[in-house]
Design a protein. Structure first.
Length: 231
């Protein structure tokens, strides 16, 4: 029987992947700054990306980043997660970034096919990208329990389960990334799920959740009920 990977080897693989991903992100933003969104879309995005994002939508996002933020000057990695999949590796990476016209965060999901990392998701978050900067939302990672096993893109309510019934802290906020704890890599998270959820929050919402140890996320459901006296 082969010996399991040593911790030194695992760390080495992680560092190598981190360097590769950092270089890929640099190349993506160079292409955006050079106005090469169409080439980037055709050569550096995964098929799953192109299924959900049209070329025109992608070009619009790239042009907004280029015109409002300018050149990516520097970035610092804040998180990297590698998830082995049946057909390769999927990496989720977050960076604190300094652009020519302001600071922000970069979140990417990349899929490794052979020796190549292809883009599955790109999120750039900065006040300068908004028409109303007061609506800027900071990416906050929360540890949650007793939660619906939601996926990125879901609209959720953040609850404090120390209260009975649970108290809503933020409603109808968008999930950016998830890392659910599961018993093995092939199993799917089930309710009540626990793990880490990254959500875009306003300044007041971020203050409200700070330090709360009993957080939960549940799918947001619109209240469509009508008063009893309406026909």
């Amino acid at each position: 029987m082969d010996d399991p990977e040593s911790s030194d080897q695992v760390i080495g693989d992680l560092e190598a992947s981190s360097d590769e991903i950092s270089s890929v992100v640099d190349a993506i933003f160079r292409s955006i700054n050079e106005g090469k969104a169409e080439t980037l879309y055709e050569t550096a995005t995964a098929p799953k990306f192109r299924e959900v994002a049209s070329l025109n939508a992608f070009k619009s996002i790239c042009e907004r980043v280029q015109s409002r933020l300018g050149t990516l000057l520097s970035k610092q990695s804040s998180r990297l997660d590698l998830n082995p999949m049946a057909d390769g590796i999927v990496a989720s990476a977050s960076f604190q970034a300094q652009f020519e016209h302001g600071a922000g965060t970069i979140f990417v999901v990349l899929e490794k096919q052979g020796d190549e990392w292809l883009l599955l998701r790109l999120n750039v978050n900065a006040p300068e990208l908004l028409d109303d900067p007061t609506q800027f939302r900071k990416m906050v990672e929360l540890f949650v329990e007793d939660s619906d096993p939601v996926l990125p893109g879901s609209s959720v309510d953040i609850l404090d389960t120390a209260f009975k019934p649970p108290k809503a802290i933020a409603e109808s906020v968008s999930v950016v990334n998830v890392r659910w704890k599961v018993t093995d890599p092939s199993s799917q998270p089930q309710f009540p799920a626990r793990g880490f959820v990254t959500i875009g929050l306003t300044k007041d919402q971020a203050i409200a959740v700070k330090g709360v140890q009993t957080l939960s996320v549940r799918r947001h459901v619109e209240n469509t009920s009508q008063p009893d006296d309406l026909p």
